[in-house]
Design a binder for this molecule. Sequence first.
Ligand code: P1T
Length: 379
Amino acid sequence: MGFQTDSIHAGQIAEPVTGAIMTPIFQTSTYVQETIGKHKGFEYSRSQNPTRHAMEDNIAALEKGKYGIAFSSGLAAISSIVEMFGQGDHIICTDNVYGGTFRVFDTVFKKFGLEFSFVDTSDFKQVEAACTAKTKLIFVETPTNPMLTLTSLKKLAEFGKKQNILTVVDNTFMSPYFQKPLEFGIDLVVHSTTKYLNGHSDVVGGIILTANKELADKLHYIQNAVGAVPGPMDCFLVLRATKTLALRMREHEKNSIALARYLENHPKVEKIFYPGLSSHPQHDLAKEQMTGFGGIISIELGNLDNARKFAEALKIFALAESLGGVESLADHPAIMTHASVPVEERAKLGISDGLIRLSVGVEDEEDLLADVKQALEHI
Ligand code: P1T
């Protein structure tokens, strides 16, 4: 089936009792058993829930996987992947990941004896150099948050298979509409469903997708054993939202291209990071492995004072953490989303005090252009 057909139908059947076309919100913690141990496949909502299953199957279809395992946040999903490993295991991670991903690896999982190397995964020499006999997993964000650096999915999958190391891609920025890492041979895809998949800034959630039954079994075990599951209402909202994912992503991208072209030539913008611009150093790789360029643009405005003036002057873009919603947001990574990344590391990555990340929404293009234009005049 095509992407839009799957987004509307995959994982969903008319509800058998009433024929309701929309999957109901099964807001229940438990299920009545006919006699001891005889039930309809549903025992307790941490373990199974029909609304959650419909959402998991729906997103698994969109990512061209077979199994979806949902969590209460993107970070809960990411943590569950790491929970498959134990003391002494080594994980290689993209240096420029979401600040919360860095934080949970660096301050929580290190305490349990896991080891991490944060390297620029766009450079496979660095990945190779970081590899040890104990390396079990390579965790990659592509494009990265907020610098929009790409890692080759083809090379990553080949490398993982050759070295017998599991590969995982955080696909939050692209959504399955623009990038499908499993099709390149990546083992696991993870999402913060908080972002494009839900798209309306009213849910926090996460999900892992895979085509590998053995991995899915391990992750389902962790989902139930650790228990960071999403509630049925949140699953319903995400399931409702994926129906319009393709429509939204096309609008996010259209507005982003218009904005990126404008900002690229603006004298107050020192640097711009958007994979859709031919000036982006990895534009060719972006065209190779993505079917669109997404809705996130980062711009360098020189210093904190300029960034503050710009952010305060914006009228349509709201100054807020998060991204991927229908409304446009502006973020200051150094002080907001990536504050947990040490300052020297931020400097190395380019997360400067003058950097602003824009999550371009689906408002009217001309209004967004006018908003950034007037805000830049305040610098
Ligand atoms: O917020 P949560 O649903 O737990 O997802 C964490 C997460 C994982 N991966 C990526 C690429 C992310 O961007 C995030 C969350 N990011 C933000 C809140 C942000 O503003 O960048």
